[in-house]
Design a protein around this ligand. Structure first.
Ligand code: SF4
Ligand code: SF4
Ligand code: SF4
Length: 332
């Protein structure tokens, strides 16, 4: 092997991690791979990881384009700073991975698309019981003080997914992705066995396929929230009237919520080839609720059934409103 080829083969992978509109759980998930992190650092250098090491944006700006081999980007895009970093890291990375539900589908922060900036600032800074703000001060992008001008990123009206902002190479779903899934992705990168660009690194099955319960086509009469059920039986939760998103959700998590008798809330994102996770679940629910016979029901009866879903957007689009077919409330 020539000296040059040997040096290339021995060169460690250059990795980066970044967080945008996120809760920090995806960063913890990276640490959750436990001692396997030692295997990662044996083959990779971490060039940029703001949550763990003191890097500055200027360090990234100074890098040559494509200097980073793989960047794992978690969090949705909600501010101008996050948009800038997404574009910068895209330019500096050969491979960009949307890591976790927030980057892949918009995640929990994406639920804010039922409001706009004005409404969110109103609740956060003005009109809530624990805030005392007589001068009604809300964050501004620029404020002059005697020492100079202070600036803040612009807060956008709409939360976007990473791929609504920049080109994304791979998707790693989950809130957060499981340690096994993270190691699968890292293994594929290290061994240069990545699937075709645009692939979701995850299961091709649904959560129902991985669930210990059998799902039957049994009809239900009413929908209940978990706390309204006296005793959860050891059988499919949907049959017990609890909305479980398993049939509309990509597996890969071994249906872990079901092992704790908690319904799947959908963090794996839509099943493969599904256009809209929420629409798929609504259709499944309608069929087991018997709404397909609605022509024989009065409007009130249909409405009564529908009203049992207390929080439709939060139930059907908990992790993916920005990537849904209808991805925000239309504001006047
Ligand atoms: S995907 Fe989940 S764990 Fe990761 S940042 Fe978003 S909310 Fe947090
Ligand atoms: S609907 Fe939920 S409880 Fe029923 S089989 Fe699917 S994942 Fe399991
Ligand atoms: S069961 Fe559903 S909510 Fe729970 S980890 Fe799996 S995909 Fe996420």
């Amino acid at each position: 092997m020539s000296k040059e080829k040997k040096a290339k083969a021995n060169k460690k992978l250059q990795l980066a991690f970044y967080w945008a509109a996120s809760c920090g759980g995806c960063e913890i998930a990276v640490l959750d791979i436990d001692e396997k992190i030692l295997d990662v650092v044996a083959v990779a250098d971490i060039l940029f990881w703001p949550v763990a090491m003191d890097f500055k944006y200027k360090d990234v700006e100074a890098m040559k384009d494509n200097h980073i081999d793989v960047c794992f980007f978690n969090g949705a895009i909600r501010t101008s700073e996050q948009e800038y970093m997404a574009k910068l890291l895209r330019k500096k990375s050969k491979v960009l991975v949307a890591f976790g539900s927030c980057a892949v589908n918009g995640g929990i922060p994406g639920l804010a698309n039922i409001a706009n900036k004005e409404e969110i600032f109103n609740v956060s800074y003005l009109d809530n019981p624990s805030t005392d703000n007589p001068k009604k001060i809300v964050p501004k992008t620029s404020v002059k003080v005697k020492e100079g001008t202070l600036t803040l990123p612009e807060f956008y009206d709409t939360v976007k997914t990473l791929d609504q902002t920049v080109d994304v190479d791979y998707y790693l779903p989950g809130c957060p992705p499981t340690p096994d899934l993270i190691m699968t992705a890292v293994g594929a990168i290290v061994e240069n066995k990545l699937p075709p660009k645009g692939s979701v690194i995850g299961s091709m099955k649904s959560v129902c396929d991985e669930c210990r319960f059998e799902k039957s086509e049994k009809k239900i009469k009413e929908i209940k929230r978990v706390y309204e059920v006296d005793k959860i039986e050891d059988k499919c939760l949907l049959e017990q009237g609890i909305i479980c998103m398993g049939s509309a959700t990509r597996g890969g998590c071994d249906a872990r919520c079901l092992d704790a008798n908690m319904p799947c809330t959908g963090c794996g994102g839509p099943t493969p080839n599904s256009l809209d996770q929420g629409a798929k679940m609504i259709s499944a629910l309608a069929s087991i609720l018997g709404i397909e016979g609605e022509e024989k029901m009065s409007d009130e009866e249909v409405q009564k059934l529908i009203d049992q879903v207390v929080d439709p957007v939060g139930t059907f689009y908990k992790y993916g409103l920005p990537s849904a077919l209808i991805n925000r409330r239309v504001m006047k």
